[in-house]
Write a protein that binds this ligand. Structure first.
Ligand code: MLT
Ligand code: MN
Ligand code: ZN
Length: 304
């Protein structure tokens, strides 16, 4: 299985349009050692030709320009993206669907809860029906799924704790299926990828899945629980936003330290996170723990 990191930043991207924090100002003027990043999305393929997009970021247009694999020049109009999975209904993961409207119906795979939010609070599906239309396939929780574009890849749909987006009619009444993680197994090699750009809590089930994985692409949003508050960028804590910070006794680093023998990569990095500065102390802590930080254009081949 081949994995392309199209966008490695959290919502807002890096730098964020209106942000002049240490990182955003620093990456703009070159005073820190950091790479700009677009918003959260990856693509997966079993053969390098037919691709499955996982999350559709508002930066999809730039991401397609950067990743020629996702084009299909054999067709006058057409794309190598044959299916689109969504792990939640957040703007950074879904609004890119609007920018894929000029072609065939979009084959979108998501939970019922995400489908409902994208038909009500943020009615992208309704809007798209005036353009290309959407072929919706429901992702059933705790089931496994195979899609035509990649018959050897098995997608396990893992419900995880978290909130629906602010515009969801059930924002304050969490439903299973508001947020999922994916465990993707290549049945030719038995190699497994665990993908979850938003992960607030690691229960024993998620822990057992992390331990099965050969590669983990997991929530790298925040370094500390209160970094938005201490940097005066926002008022919410990491956990209020549905993200487990990396540092701290029960943080993501401690979790990943319990997993042996997997490639560990943080993804969905918020622009406030000190790990974006490659010369930071926080980045050194990750390096020492054997944890990588995803960047746009990163390619991972999970071979035999
Ligand atoms: C999140 O995952 O918390 C988001 O990146 C927030 C957003 O997209 O506004
Ligand atoms: Mn996000
Ligand atoms: Zn910033």
């Amino acid at each position: 299985m081949k994995i392309l990191v199209l966008g490695s930043a959290a919502g807002g991207g890096f730098p964020q349009w209106n942000c002049h924090c240490f990182n955003c100002a620093g990456v703009r003027d070159g005073s820190i050692n950091a790479k700009p990043r677009t918003q959260s999305s990856i693509a997966i393929s079993q053969d390098g030709e037919r691709w499955i997009l996982i999350n559709a970021s508002p930066d999809i247009r730039a991401q397609l320009a950067q990743n020629p694999e996702l084009r299909s020049p054999q067709k006058k109009r057409g794309s190598a993206i044959e299916a689109i999975f969504l792990v939640d209904a957040q703007i950074d993961h879904s609004s890119g669907l609007l920018f894929l409207r000029e072609g065939e119906p979009l084959n979108v795979y998501c939970t019922k809860s995400v489908h409902d939010d994208l038909s009500t609070g943020l009615p992208l599906f309704n809007v798209l029906n005036y353009f290309c239309g959407v072929n919706y396939t429901e992702l059933k929780l705790d089931s496994s799924m195979i899609v035509e574009a990649a018959p050897n890849l098995e997608f396990a749909i893992i419900p995880i704790e978290g909130k629906a987006p602010p515009y969801s009619p059930h924002r304050n009444d969490p439903h299973p299926g508001d947020n999922i993680a994916l465990l993707i197994k290549d049945n030719r090699t038995q190699k497994k990828l665990f993908y979850s750009p938003g992960l607030a809590t690691i229960d024993s089930h998620v822990m057992s899945l992390l331990k099965q994985a050969d590669c983990i692409l997991v929530d790298g949003t925040f370094w500390t629980e209160d970094e938005m508050i201490t940097q005066k960028l926002g008022v919410k804590t990491a956990s209020e936003m549905g993200h487990l910070p990396q540092s701290g006794d029960d943080g993501m680093i401690t979790v990943l330290n319990k997993v042996k023998d997997a490639r560990k990569v943080l993804i969905h990095i918020n622009n406030s996170n000190p790990i974006l500065d490659e010369d930071s102390r926080a980045r050194q802590v990750l390096n020492d723990a054997g944890i990588e930080v995803a960047y746009d254009g990163m390619q991972i081949d999970l071979l035999s």
